[in-house]
Ligand binder design. Sequence first.
Ligand code: NI
Length: 397
Amino acid sequence: MFTPEAEKARLAPQLVAFRRELHRQPELSLCEERTAAAIVREIAPLGLTIRSGVGGHGVIADLAGAFPGPTVALRADIDALPIVENTGLPFTSQHDGVMHACGHDAHTTVLLGALKLLAAAKDRLHGNVRFLFQPAEEILAGAAPMIAAGALDGVSEIYGLHILPSLPAGRIASTPGTFMAAIDRLDIVVEGRGGHGSMPEQCIDPIVAAAAVVTGLQTAVSREVHPLEPAVVSLGTINGGTANNIIPDRVALSGTVRTLSEEVRAAMPERIERLTRLIAEAHRCRVTVAYQRQVPPVVNNAACEAKLRRTAERTIGGERIVSCKPSMGGEDFALYAERIPGCFFWLGSGGPDAGSHSPGLHNAQMVVDESCLMVGVTLFTELALGLLDGSGESQDA
Ligand code: NI
């Protein structure tokens, strides 16, 4: 290990305080103004080149090492979710209806901690570290504008992490290859002809048609995708009607489609459009289906994943690295890893008895075991130090 334990012990309580500050003042995607200001306030004295207002409220900080070499990037997302917090924590959200329920406060804190340790070690760096504090991940609108603003210019590889409440703090999980799913969005409007609930023969009922669409769409996966190929179609909203005895004119539905392979992904729009249209037409309704490809899968570069593993083995211990299956969750980290070699991994954030029963990401009761913060800091820091130690390891991504 390159970083003195005493330095880390000094940093740990500062990071807990910073994470709680962020947790108290969560900000929605595209509104991360105070969060970005808090980040800049912390890093301004450290002598890095800082760009703020990148792709919205993003912050990019460049640390120049003492010796020439490649540039590696470390990325965190900074935005929060429209959820009413129900944790009962003393540092619970003070912004009504907004919560750091996806742990981006922890991600931001981990990146800040690594930045502080690496800034103190810059005399040893053969190359540079770029720190990406990315906004708007929750609406998948942060990575693309950051990249357009040059976030990856000159960068040879990139790493990122996400907390995982079902995995005990102190552990991490990763896998080479496909790590998270592609995300596509589905919006459906079923239109009929409204009227009195007592006289269905005078109406064209979009509620019954929409109900048939909801159940029929389940066959897009169960009857049309190879059983060994992962795919998910979930409808998250269904809206229609104003009173119990009125048949409405229209029903709107929205959903998400997750796939791991491009082959399965490419076939989904036709399937969903066909099933939806023909089912709705069988009920005499008109239908519009909008299918939007949002982000590709997160694909971990095998060499980068191996470097993460080696770093974890020599810092937190090989027994703390869990191999995992790909997640059907998605992340706009995918957009970075699609352009340059990269690796994304899970940082355990649960208590010792954490598991699938633990309140998960996007849950109003999700809590973070803060001991995970220094685990993340250690991994990011040691990863960068190892890549930029002059041995050329970062070149073979
Ligand atoms: Ni998240």
